[in-house]
Design a protein around this ligand. Sequence first.
Ligand code: C6P
Length: 416
Amino acid sequence: MINAQKLRQDFPILSRQIHGQPLVYLDNAATTQKPRAVIEALKRYYETTNANIHRGVHTLSEEATDQYEDVRAKVAQFINAPEHDPSQILFTRNATEAINLVARAWGGENLKPGDEILLTVMEHHSNLIPWYLIAKEKGARTVFVDIDEQGFLRMEEFKKKLTSRTKIVAVTHASNVLGTINPVAEIGKLAHDAGTLFLVDGAQSVPHLPMDVQKIGADFLAFSAHKMLGPTGVGVLYGRKELLEAMPPFLGGGEMISKVTLGEAAWNEVPWKYEAGTPNIADVIAFGAALDYLQEIGMETVQKHEQELVSYALRVLSALEEIVLYGPAKPEQRTGVVSFNVGTIHPHDISQILDSRGIAIRAGHHCAQPLMRRLNVVATARASFYLYNTPQEIDLLVEALKEARKFFGHVARTRT
Ligand code: C6P
């Protein structure tokens, strides 16, 4: 069990006041707060180890290189990459860049006119636009699987749309709007049986549940450090080694070459073939502290805590008048993300009222405009939880929503 009250003491920002009220941070799907261990790792690196990596033959450079490469090994272990081989882990700027890398490097080389990329209507723009761009360039097509009324993927439709034309299936593991956890192991098996590749967008799953890339059969997995207690500016792409070795580089420059002559170049080995230029050394090293922190607690425990919170949130929120909740009804079928609308109040207005009480949520289309259209809304309000959130914070959310309803109900009445 997580003792969230105790754990909160590790997060300096959580003792902040916003508009004179204690901060209630419920925007964790956008980015999470950072424990002192991560902040200190960053400071320690700059105060004691700062140097460029892989180049200098001096103590600082060697220490920085070792610390940076140690994190690659930690990530390989965290997601259970085959044989925990670190060369399958690439550092990018974020999950978005990781997906762009696959679309450009793999798609640029392998997609042909008439080929299909199988996606779903619940994808974040980061797992749509890179595919739209490469599909246009290559004359390939994007195909979409719908959801049912509860927010689950229509698997019968998925099976029908998975054909010999499908060259890659790219699906989010967990929706950033609905919280739905997709059956990725089943999708991976179907994709491989059909002879196609499988990319998993893990931006909303790797931070919240135990990840095993081998179990889910992912050929590629993308996620961001900042959504799992780590710093901004670090993303991860896991790729199967044969694929990474066969693909051409994504960006060119220093570090990613083995030999350069006038007009010709040969590429470095993986993973460095994909890490052109000086990487985000400090933040990768601090990400290592975030992984240690999560591993110390255990990802099963993190998931269980979030399920308890979401279970409580669904119960108390559904008792509010005029509320519409989106996504699966059962807490065990979702992550700690709850999207909702209250009557005709615009989500931005809800968010503003909550902010005046120190409560941070997100409102808008959540970079999932096709899903908003599918749900027949322009926007939703969204509360998203993490390991430091408490049921008391959900009570504060509910009280503030009651106030918002009273206030906007009053405004609506005085206007008519
Ligand atoms: N979703 C949210 O508030 P980046 O920005 O690259 O770190 O993550 C992109 C991304 C990819 N896939 C999914 C499913 C996501 O939810 C996100 C980021 C944030 O929902 C910011 S829009």
